[in-house]
Structure formats: C-alpha cells, structure tokens
Design a protein around this ligand. Structure first.
Ligand SMILES: CC/C=C\C/C=C\C/C=C\C/C=C\C/C=C\C/C=C\CC/C=C/C(=O)SCCNC(=O)CCNC(=O)[C@H](O)C(C)(C)COP(=O)(O)OP(=O)(O)OC[C@H]1O[C@@H](n2cnc3c(N)ncnc32)[C@H](O)[C@@H]1OP(=O)(O)O
Ligand SMILES: Cc1cc2nc3c(=O)[nH]c(=O)nc-3n(C[C@H](O)[C@H](O)[C@H](O)COP(=O)(O)OP(=O)(O)OC[C@H]3O[C@@H](n4cnc5c(N)ncnc54)[C@H](O)[C@@H]3O)c2cc1C
Length: 661
C-alpha cells in the first residue's frame, strides 16, 4: 500500500495512491539499500517536524543571500546541539540527511565540513594528526573547507601555483600565492565561515617541486574569527545557485605552518628535508574520488526531488480532454507527459542504485589502500569519473524536463525546481568538469583496447571485458540481457572507433597530445556509452536481487521503461546491429511500458519519501492541495506586504501624472 495516503488530501492524488500495487515503505528500503536507513530517514523527518526552532523562518525564495547564510548558520548551530539525540553521529548518511532536511539544498556553512574537510584528515592524516584535529572537527570546535581550485586552474591540477616551501631551519612550510591566478577560488564555506582548511599546494623541498600535496592550514583566529596575518580571504559573490554557501577566495603571503601540518600518512617530509613518496602517485586525489563516488546517489536524489514535484503535480493538474469531454484530464495521462517523466523516474532509481554501489566500492578501496593495496585505484577513478559526468548531465536534463512538465507553475520559484536544477548542475562542473572526467575514463578504455590488440584480453577487468566480445546478431524477445547486449555493442563499437581514430592520427605522425585532442569528441562519446552500459547493468543486477515479489514486479516494469528508452536514445550507434523492424519493436515496447508503469507513477515517487519540509515546493506537496497554497504563497511574498510600493510613488506615479498633462 501507499503509505502517504491521509484524510484531507487532494482526491486525485489519493486515487493515484490507491492504484499503486506495492508498499512504498518496502520500496523505500530497496531505494536506500536497507530497511534501517529508510526507517531512520522517516524517523528523523518526523522528529525534525516537531522541533519549532528547526523550521524555515520563511520560504527560501523570499530570502536574500545574507539571510540564507544566517539561516543556515542558525540551524547548523541548533543542530549541533540537538544532533546527539536525533541521529547516529557515526552515520554519514544520517548526518547528510538531517542537514538536507533542516537546511535544504542551497548549501550552508558546514556543507563541506563533513564531506571534504574531515575525510582527508581521516584518510590522509597520520594517527597523531588525527588525534590532534579529528575530534575537534567532529565536535565542530573548528569549521573546515577544502581549498584546491585556483582562479587560473581547476581541472589541471599539475598547473596549480600555490606553493608550500619547506624551511629546514624553522621546520615550517611557507605558503605563498605568487600570482593573481594562484588565489584559491571557489572552495565552499571558505568565504566567511571556515577557520581551517585543507589546502592543496605544491610541495617544494630543496628547490624540488614534488607536486600538489594536502596541508592542514588555520585561516582565522579561533577567538576573533579575523583572518590571520599573511592570509587574504573573502566571498566570491553570488552564484547561479548554492547561495546559502559562502564560496571563497584565499591568498597566502609568506604564511608559515609547522612541518606537522602536512598530511603525512602517505607522502612524508622528514625533518632533514627528505621526501618519502606515496604508494601511488595519485593517492592525494583520493578525497575527490570519495566525493565522486557519492555523486550518483546525491544526484539521483536531486532528480528524485524534481520528479516528486512534477509527477504529483501532473496527477492533480487537469488540462484538456481525452474521450470524456465532461471533465478535463489529468496531464499525467498524456503520453507526451509520461514520455517526459517516466524514463527519468527510471534513471533516478538507476542512479541511486549505482551510487550505493560506488559508495560500497570506495569503502572497500579505502580498506585496501590502508592495507597497502592500491591496485584498485585506477578502476574506481575511471568508473567514478564517467559516472559523475553522465549522471550529472542526465540529472540536469531530467530536472529541466520536470520543470517544463509543470507548465507555467514550474517556472515559479514556488515549484522550487529551478533551484534544484541550479544546485544539481553545479555537479557538472565541481569535482572535475564533465568533459575532463570523461576523457579520464577514455584513457582507461583506450588502454583496455590496446591490451586486447596486444593479445592480453584475459587481463581485462570485468567492467571492460565486453570490449573483447564480438556480437553481431540480437534476438530482442528475450528481455533485459538482450538489451544489455545491444548496449554493449554500441559501447564497444564506439570505443574501438574512437581508439582507432586516435591510433590512426598517431600513426600519421601526429603527437600524442594532438591526436588525443582530435579524437576527443569520439572518445567522450565512448566514455558516455560505457558509463550508460554500467548504469543499465547495475540496474538489471539490482532488480534481479530483489526478493519481495510485488516490489520486483514494479521494478521490472520500471526497468523495461529504462532499457527501451535508453536503446531508442542511442539508435544511431546500433544501426549496424538492429533492423528498422527491430527498432520499431523497441519503440512500441517503450510505449507499452509507459502505460504499464502509469498506475504506479505516484507511488514510485512517493517511495523516495522526501518530506514536504525537504522538498520546499508548493507544487510538490504530499497532500496535493496546490492551488490554495500557491495563492497563500503568493500573498506571503514580501512584495505584497504593501499595496503601493515606493517604485510606484517615486517613479511610476509621477511619470503617469506627468503624461496626463
Ligand atoms: C554537516 C553537513 C553534512 C553534509 C552536507 C549536507 C548537506 C549539503 C546540502 C546539500 C547539498 C547536497 C549534496 C551536494 C554536496 C556537496 C556538493 C557541494 C559542493 C561541491 C564541492 C566541490 C568541491 C570541488 O570541486 S573540489 C575540487 C575538485 N577538482 C577536481 O576534481 C579537479 C579535476 N582534475 C583532476 O582530478 C586531475 O587534474 C585530472 C584531470 C585527473 C588529471 O590529473 P593529472 O594531470 O595529475 O593526471 P593525468 O591526466 O596525467 O593522469 C595520470 C594518470 O593518473 C591517473 N589518475 C588521475 N587521477 C587519478 C585518481 N584519482 N586515482 C587514480 N588514478 C588517477 C590517470 O587516469 C592517469 O592514468 P594513466 O596514465 O594510466 O592513464
Ligand atoms: C558549486 C561549486 C562548488 C565548488 N566547490 C569547490 C570546493 O569546495 N573546493 C575547490 O577546491 N573547488 C571547488 N569548486 C571548483 C571546481 O572544482 C572547478 O570549477 C572544477 O574542477 C572545474 O575547473 P575549472 O573551473 O578550472 O574549469 P576549466 O578547467 O577552466 O574548464 C573550462 C572549460 O575547459 C574545458 N577543459 C579544461 N581542460 C580540458 C582538457 N584537458 N581537455 C578538454 N577540455 C578541457 C572544460 O571541459 C570546460 O569546458 C567548485 C565549483 C563549483 C561550481
């Protein structure tokens, strides 16, 4: 049964919920990977709803940037006091969830403290460093951020300019920002809130540059919060979204920190100026891999927010007629609306499943690395690079379609979809610009094909084994695995096409870099197809593992939407494999699958169990009572505090009066 049904709800939504064929709490357990986490999310939402001081002081769209930062800080401070009674403090998922519930998605002064500041200390700090800083950070006696990107360089970490030069005589590192382009730029919470930061700077010992390394750096006085001498710091100004966060700039002038402030679990500088290399050259990048490994789930949830709003609203919005001319039809009954929304519901589920998988893979890698085994780093880097790129891009597309699916009201901030869009598409850029990350995955694909060419196919990892197969005929009546083969065909032929292009250019005498650049559009296409194949196969495996038969049935229906939509979407890559009759068959299967999933559409989005507080959308309210609340929302807009504004008395009225003369 659908657990969202309550008396007083919009009857159209109740009708939808009654048509659902499964239990939404059971589905939530599948989405969030365990009944325990799903249950904890409900309990936390419930507990938060009963604490008046944690409620929004006014709707976010009516707040200025300063008010958003103030509100985020107010709630963060209250939460810090209340957290021990509300969540399991050791659970990162619960910590993220409660912050998102209480403060929302627009960012806040502590948003990066848990996800980018604490993890490098915990994984790259020595035992003594952890003893010194971890407890303080966890108790929030200090607030931290992660300062890597510079005004002149973000993608290309080799060109970062900030230096940390070891001074043997004082046993200190001297930090400098030698140029305007070397100013740190973008770090969240740096602008006004953080007093400490992980700073990525080039380590220079005895005039030798060992490349970017992480340093623990105090930025502000712990009593006065004033910037310390030698530090220039401030906010970079308003952004497309995320305006509850104070992204900042930071410069150093001969700023000294003790030798012990370089995070030295992996790389070390000894007191006499010796340098000990890390066990893997890119181990310092592992904080980024951690964040990327979490992005598929995070982004899947952003998409889930937008779809919850659009699908619920589409069930109460009546517009136009089908057969019955006596009553307008729910817009959710239009095939175009279903085609716009249902494949995105399937993607949101798929992204979340992939996200929990990559979080698990990262946790395993962390254990391996702590035990000295770094062999899995390249695989996970390649996987998460591709996944963050494809998922962020498709999430952005899905959210924008959701907005348009809400017609005019979707354009109002009352829908809140534009804010979700702005926040989510930040992910196309942060943690590695998408094209750059697709090209990282492409390196891995090209290397894999070179292994096949060199007769070493048996050394290929399971994720790229399909590159060596040879599929040329497909029987499409067999279900998901046949669709997977179609996708494998597309991904494989594109990966070979791109690699061969690169190799041909190389063989023509072109430099490696130029040849790579000239093949790069084809290479990024290969990376996208490879990643979409991974998403599809993870979705199939996940559905296969579900035990509850009612849940499994509806997930298979959703999977059918996914596989048919995805294969239609890559039609151009499978022309050599599928006949036009087979393409027509798939197209028809897609339309049938849209109809099949229709009665469960509202229950599928209800199963994300995103509370009204977290959704912050008038259109997406659980009770579906949209129109009266839209009117209330508009009336509460600060512009309506007065009937006659100064803009009128000062300018428009005199203008009109003058024109009358
Ligand atoms: C208390 C509050 C709690 C929680 C918060 C709660 C709520 C928040 C509310 C709402 C928000 C909700 C969710 C969103 C949450 C957070 C998001 C908010 C803000 C975002 C924060 C953003 C932070 C950042 O952006 S940090 C900066 C990130 N920067 C980057 O990613 C830079 C990208 N560039 C690179 O990574 C590298 O430069 C590179 C592109 C990989 C190239 O590196 P390099 O030149 O060194 O290497 P080569 O290309 O030459 O490759 C050589 C070789 O190395 C391999 N390689 C590269 N990287 C790795 C790696 N990481 N691991 C393993 N191997 C690697 C590479 O593949 C090559 O291999 P081959 O030679 O074999 O090919
Ligand atoms: C909301 C948000 C929050 C952020 N938070 C933080 C933070 O907390 N800490 C932090 O350190 N940073 C942060 N960043 C910065 C972010 O990590 C960088 O913006 C990102 O890594 C991209 O780097 P860039 O801005 O230099 O883009 P650029 O590299 O300048 O990209 C510009 C264009 O050049 C292209 N390009 C660049 N290199 C290549 C290449 N090799 N091949 C092909 N094309 C290329 C890109 O595809 C892109 O189209 C944040 C950014 C945002 C938007």
């Amino acid at each position: 049964m659908n657990q969202s049904i309550k008396p007083g709800d919009n009857p159209d939504l109740t009708e939808e919920r009654l048509s659902g064929t499964f239990d939404t709490n059971s589905m939530a357990a599948v989405i969030y990977g365990s009944d325990k986490l799903a249950q904890r999310r409900r309990e936390i939402s419930e507990a938060v709803s009963r604490i008046p001081e944690l409620q929004d002081s006014k709707p976010c769209p009516f707040m200025t940037r300063e008010e958003k930062i103030l509100e985020g800080s107010r709630k963060s401070a209250i939460l810090n006091r209340l957290l021990p009674g509300l969540i399991d403090l050791d659970s990162f998922e619960e910590t993220v969830f409660i912050h998102q519930e209480v403060i929302g998605i627009e960012g806040h002064p502590l948003a990066l403290h848990e996800s980018l500041f604490i993890p490098p200390i915990a994984t790259q700090g020595t035992d003594e460093q952890q003893k010194k800083w971890l407890g303080r950070a966890q108790r929030r006696e200090i607030i931290g951020c992660y300062a890597q990107t510079e005004l002149g360089h973000g993608s290309n970490l080799r060109a970062l300019e900030t230096t940390a030069t070891f001074d043997i005589s004082s046993q200190e590192f001297i930090l400098n920002s030698p140029t305007i382009t070397s100013l740190k730029w973008w770090p969240g919470a740096l602008g006004k809130s953080a007093n400490w930061s992980i700073v990525i700077a080039n380590l220079i010992v005895h005039d030798k540059n060992h490349g970017p390394h992480p340093f623990m750096v105090q930025l502000r006085d712990e009593k006065s919060h004033e910037p310390l001498p030698g530090i220039t710091v401030g906010d970079i100004g308003p952004k497309m979204a995320f305006n509850g966060a104070d992204n900042g700039f930071l410069g150093f002038e001969n700023y000294r920190i003790p030798r012990e402030n370089m995070l030295m679990r992996h790389s070390k500088v000894t007191p006499d100026g010796g340098y000990i290399r890390p066990p893997h050259a890119k181990i310092g990048y592992s904080g980024m891999v951690r964040v990327r490994s979490r992005m598929a789930a995070e982004q899947g949830l952003f998409l889930a927010h937008a779809l919850t709003i659009a699908v619920r609203y589409s069930a109460i919005r009546r517009q136009g007629y089908l057969e019955d001319r006596s009553r307008e039809v729910k817009v959710l009954d239009y095939q175009t609306q279903q085609h716009r929304l249902f494949p995105s519901i399937a993607r949101a589920y798929a992204f979340i499943f992939c996200g929990f998988e990559t979080i698990r893979l990262y946790d395993q890698l962390l254990i391996d690395v702590q035990n000295g085994n770094t062999s899995g780093m390249a695989d996970l880097h390649a996987l998460t690079s591709g996944l963050k790129s494809v998922v962020t891009h498709q999430t952005g597309e899905g959210i924008e379609q959701a907005r348009m699916a809400c017609g005019g009201h979707g354009y109002s901030m009352a829908s809140y979809i534009s804010e979700i869009y702005g926040v989510a598409i930040g992910g196309c850029t942060y943690e590695g610009e998408n094209m750059v990350m697709l090209l990282q995955l492409a390196r891995y694909l090209v290397k894999s094909i070179e292994m096949i060419q060199n007769g070493k196919s048996k050394n290929l990892g399971p994720m790229v084994a399909y590159l060596a197969a040879n599929e040329s005929e497909i029987d499409l009546n067999l279900g998901p695995n046949e669709y997977l083969k179609v996708f494998q065909y597309a991904a494989r032929s594109q990966a070979w096409r791109a690699t061969e292009k690169f190799q041909k250019l190389r063989n023509s005498g072109m430099s490696k870099e130029q040849a790579w650049n000239q093949a790069s559009v084809e290479l990024t296409r290969a990376s996208r197809l490879h990643t979409r194949l991974y998403i599809m196969s993870t979705f199939i495996n996940h559905v296969g593992s579900v035990v509850d038969q009612k849940i499994k049935k509806v997930l298979i229906d959703l999977l059918n939407v996914h596989i048919t939509y995805e294969v239609m979407d890559i039609g151009i890559y499978v022309q050599g494999l599928l006949s036009s009759d087979q393409m027509d068959l798939i197209r028809n299967q897609l339309y049938v699958s849209l109809e099949t999933i229709r009665p469960n559409a509202v229950s599928l989005v209800d199963s994300f169990q995103i509370s009204d507080m977290q959704l912050r959308s008038v259109l997406g309210r659980r009770d579906g009572n949209v129109y009266e609340n839209l009117f209330k929302w508009a009336k509460s807009c600060p512009l309506n505090d007065k009937d006659v504004l100064e803009s009128v008395t000062k300018y428009l009225k005199p203008m009109m009066d003058k024109s009358k003369l």
